[in-house]
Write a protein that binds this ligand. Sequence first.
Ligand code: CP
Length: 323
Amino acid sequence: MPKICSNFAEKPAKMNPNSLVSISDLTKEQMLSLLELARYFEENPNHKILDGRVVATLFFEPSTRTRLSFETAVNRLGGRIIGFSDASTTSSSKGETLKDTIIMVSNYVDLIIMRHYLEGAARYATEVTDVPIINAGDGAHQHPSQTMLDLYSIYKTQGRLDNLTITLVGDLKYGRTVHSLIMAMRYFNPTFRFVACKELQMPREYLEFCDQNGIKYTEHTDFDADVINTSDIIYMTRVQRERFTDIMEYERVKDLYTLRNAMLEGSRENLRILHPLPRVNEIDYDVDDNPKAYYFTQAKNGLFTRQALICNALGINPLKDKE
Ligand code: CP
């Protein structure tokens, strides 16, 4: 997939400080404050604090959860939404550049939430506008709002973020959610297991990131009882068909890892199964009724964490306002 900036690029000088492009834009303290705010919104989902604010959702790539939960978040906070979910209905289909689209939309709104198929597109957008940008996924690069809901889900189910064994399974090459999650967990002394076939292994740059940050990890091709029964979190991922240039290669690897209920028999009591969704064949339907299946609640947590992220991007903190 083409990139328009490095995965580990520094913040551009012009970037609005409230923008969120990469999870690495947030300090540990900021992440913990956002989780606290998410919990507030889970308890108070209809706090109308965005009166008069307009938010744009620009989705150049398909989405169900991310777009709808961001839009629900704005609605529940009392703001207004404009945007598109199909760029072919916009003037980008006539050749308008991303730069011009961002400048134009910036004339209308207080915040832009954007998903794009190009790695680095969100970072680029921050260079052409002063309006804060939230990256809702850019190619195989980053998905920071997903990471915040993943952290919230891990915290809620485990009671802590520290010292957990987290097994990431499937498409570790193209899966932007696992890339963001590794970067966020660097503050919490995790042990990662990376389970993937050789074609979809964790990219070298993320292994180097682990090495540089003292993150323990092991790589596996077998998704077996040894791995499953010693995990606190199993994070399944979909093989990202849209990022393959060779469809035959996709066909070869798409069904290599499927979690079935019987495989969980010896698993830890506290184990929870996460998946950013959508799933294709990675989790059998017979897992859905297992109390360790958490992926649908995980997606629901996206609403509360995105309410927190929107407030953060707009410089609004209902917890401070209450003090
Ligand atoms: N997890 C996630 O990004 O889902 P969508 O692609 O449906 O937004």
